[in-house]
Design a protein around this ligand. Structure first.
Ligand SMILES: NC(=O)c1ccc[n+]([C@@H]2O[C@H](COP(=O)([O-])OP(=O)(O)OC[C@H]3O[C@@H](n4cnc5c(N)ncnc54)[C@H](OP(=O)(O)O)[C@@H]3O)[C@@H](O)[C@H]2O)c1
Length: 258
């Protein structure tokens, strides 16, 4: 299938590793010109050098100003406006809801809503004017079924989902789609770190933790970043033009509800 994004400009937030990098690679394979972003500038440059038409944009995207400035620099380096915006970033620290303080609850909004809102606000007017745009957010299966001990993540991601769902209906007439892609357990550095921390906490081995985790997934394995990237590329494609306002899980069947 031709995804119809050859020559489109894509801004992929936090794409020097993990899910962001997998999405950037999948979009580039379809001919999109990708801005690789992240704090590790040299790594962003190395990745961009491997992908045709890609550019590197270093910097911290964790604040509204940082996110909007990075889009400015990406458009300048690409020499064209952003058609595809992928919202992604680091996950918050684990913690129980009952233990959340005033600052921690506010951090859910600071980390998981405000930078993404700034990025969307920066690219949306151009997309609407040109009557073509794709906004895709990387969420978590916790949006559908809140995950134990991830209170900040569950709270902030639910808020982002509410904002994006509202937005999707407002911009559909301008041919801009707004969707979420929800990973279950995809084998990235972050998941490996979380599993190692769990092994330490429970006094067991990494293998044991991963075996136990795989047992909860009907597919009996973690997803690969490539599988996640392929789903993202489709949602950002031209043929996906009638799919908007959805939260699609990519989780090997982990979440049992419809
Ligand atoms: N993997 C999964 O199965 C899974 C499941 C549920 C939810 N998620 C969520 O999906 C998101 C991505 O996860 P991942 O597994 O890809 O994580 P990861 O492997 O840890 O990658 C995180 C990426 O974020 C970048 N980054 C971190 N802080 C940044 C900042 N302030 N500004 C710009 N870039 C920043 C990192 O690059 P630099 O170090 O270069 O900045 C890196 O490229 C996270 O929010 C995570 O919680 C993932």
């Amino acid at each position: 299938m031709d995804l119809g994004i050859n020559g489109k400009a894509a801004f992929v937030a936090a794409s020097t590793g993990g899910l962001g990098l997998a999405i950037a690679r999948a979009l580039a394979a379809e001919g999109a010109r990708v801005a690789i972003t992240g704090r590790r500038r040299e790594r962003a440059e190395r990745i961009a050098a491997e992908l045709p038409g890609a550019v590197a944009v270093g910097g911290d995207l964790g604040t509204p100003a940082g996110a909007a400035e990075a889009v400015d620099r990406a458009e300048e380096a690409l020499g064209q406006p952003i058609d595809i915006a992928v919202l992604n970033g680091p996950g918050p620290k684990p913690g129980a809801a009952a233990a959340l303080g005033v600052d921690e609850i506010a951090s859910a909004f600071d980390l998981l809503v405000r930078p993404h809102h700034a990025l969307v606000s920066r690219v949306l007017p151009g997309m609407r004017e040109r009557r073509w745009g794709r906004v895709l957010a990387v969420g978590s299966s916790g949006v559908t079924a809140p995950l134990p001990n991830l209170a900040v993540s569950n709270t902030g991601r639910a808020a982002l989902a509410g904002y994006l769902k509202t937005l999707a209906a407002e911009v559909a007439l301008d041919a801009v789609t707004v969707n979420l892609l929800l990973p279950g357990r995809i084998a990235t550095d972050r998941v490996a770190e979380l599993d190692s921390a769990a092994a330490k906490r429970r006094g067991t081995t990494l293998d044991e933790v991963q075996l136990e985790s795989r047992r909860t997934i009907p597919a009996r394995r973690y997803g690969t970043p490539e599988e996640f990237g392929a789903a993202a590329a489709f949602l950002c494609s031209a043929p996906a033009s009638y799919i908007t306002g959805v939260a699609l899980r990519c989780d090997g069947g982990l979440i049992r509800s419809l």
